[in-house]
Design a protein around this ligand. Sequence first.
Ligand code: SF4
Length: 86
Amino acid sequence: MKQKGWKDLVPGSVILEGGSAAKFKTGSWRAFRPVWKEEHCIQWVKVKDGKRGEFDYDYCKGCGICALECPGKKGIKAIVMVEEGK
Ligand code: SF4
């Protein structure tokens, strides 16, 4: 039996409007969370008052990319991942 192509399928849903990730607080759960160590920060991303802002945990999924990419000061990371709830 030949499989149906995507054009043969009945549409299963309708998207009525465009979405935005800002509408959904995706940080309701995570296994790890990033913690900022200001003393090791080189402040290369300045967001608020000329300094780096805190994490917005409402949207953080704890993926760890920020900690991985953080250059830190003198090789010491300014963002470390800690187990959630500790
Ligand atoms: S990069 Fe990942 S761990 Fe860092 S703030 Fe964003 S979601 Fe959270």
